[in-house]
Design a protein around this ligand. Structure first.
Ligand code: AMP
Length: 281
């Protein structure tokens, strides 16, 4: 496994290794969710690249950029064992050199949910992911359903800018009690950690209702909110039952629905979701 910092080295290694490349972009502090992306990439490509970059442009000044957990030695050990060929760990000024001034903005699907709560977030995500695509030139790029809106935004960017790659969205990996794996789960105290599975429980309650024929969006949002309200440590930012393609809140959810939520538990802002019915194209 080669670990490099510069764009020039990534390009050289990429060019020297013909065959298909899969790329999994990450912010490090890796867990089994990230490993699932790598394993899928390994199975579908000749070579696998991973980027580890805590991207400052996707954090607002009030957010946890400085505190974001990091452990590069452990990450590299995990990636080597997962069979990764190339890891890019750029310093910030390799991605954003002095004088940098180009940004990629996706419009409609960035406005709601995470975009409403974090207005500059997706501009940072699409900008860095476009850069990663240009540097690695992967044949396939692997993202997690955990960040459902991110996957939709990137799919839109890939279409709109004709990136010649296939976007692969991988299922959410969860703890045994339902909590979606996240690097930010380390922010939770033991008491908060015990409260956190309430997100998954509320999604399951709405899923069960949907499967039993409750297809009214407002009532599905109400079911999720009611379960979250049983946990005093959980403070919801939003609860959504939206169209899985446009992310517009649904009245009639009979064809399919993306249930999603952001919930503050202590210092952590946890997100989770479940896709029902119609598969996102
Ligand atoms: P991050 O390092 O948090 O930016 O995540 C990097 C990639 O891993 C993103 O595409 C995430 O959606 C994906 N990911 C994060 N957590 C999970 C999880 N629990 N299951 C599946 N994919 C995940």
């Amino acid at each position: 496994m080669q670990v490099v910092e510069t764009v020039a080295e990534v390009r050289r290694i990429r060019r020297a290794a013909p065959g298909s490349w899969g790329l999994a972009p990450t912010m490090g502090f890796l867990h089994a969710g990230h490993v699932s992306l790598v394993e899928r990439a390994r199975a579908e490509n000749d070579h696998v690249g991973v980027s580890i970059f805590v991207n400052p442009t996707q954090f607002a000044p009030t957010e946890d950029l400085a505190a974001y957990p990091r452990d590069l030695a452990r990450d590299l050990d995990l990636l080597a064992r997962a069979g990764v060929d190339l890891v890019w760990t750029p310093p910030v000024d390799e991605v954003y050199p002095p004088g940098y001034q180009t940004y990629v903005t996706v419009e409609e699907v960035t406005r709601m949910l995470e975009g409403a709560a974090r207005p500059t977030h997706f501009r940072g995500v699409t900008t860095v992911v476009a850069r990663l695509f240009n540097v690695f030139q992967p044949d396939r790029a692997y993202f997690g359903q955990k960040d459902a809106q991110q996957a939709i935004v990137i799919r839109q960017m890939v279409r709109d800018l004709n990136f010649p790659l296939e976007l692969v969205v991988c299922p959410i990996v969860r703890e045994a009690d339902g909590l979606a794996l996240s690097s930010r789960n380390v922010y939770l105290t033991p008491e908060q950690r015990a409260a956190a599975p309430v997100l998954h429980r509320s999604l399951c309650a709405a899923r069960d209702a949907w499967q039993a024929g409750e297809h009214d969006g407002e009532r599905l949002r109400g079911i999720m909110a009611a379960v979250l309200a049983t946990e005093p440590l959980a403070h919801p930012d939003y609860v959504s039952a939206a169209d899985p393609n446009t992310l517009v809140e649904l009245g009639d959810a009979s064809l399919g629905v993306l249930l999603s939520m952001a919930v503050r538990v202590g210092k952590a802002r946890l997100i989770d979701n479940m896709l029902l019915g119609r598969v996102v194209d």
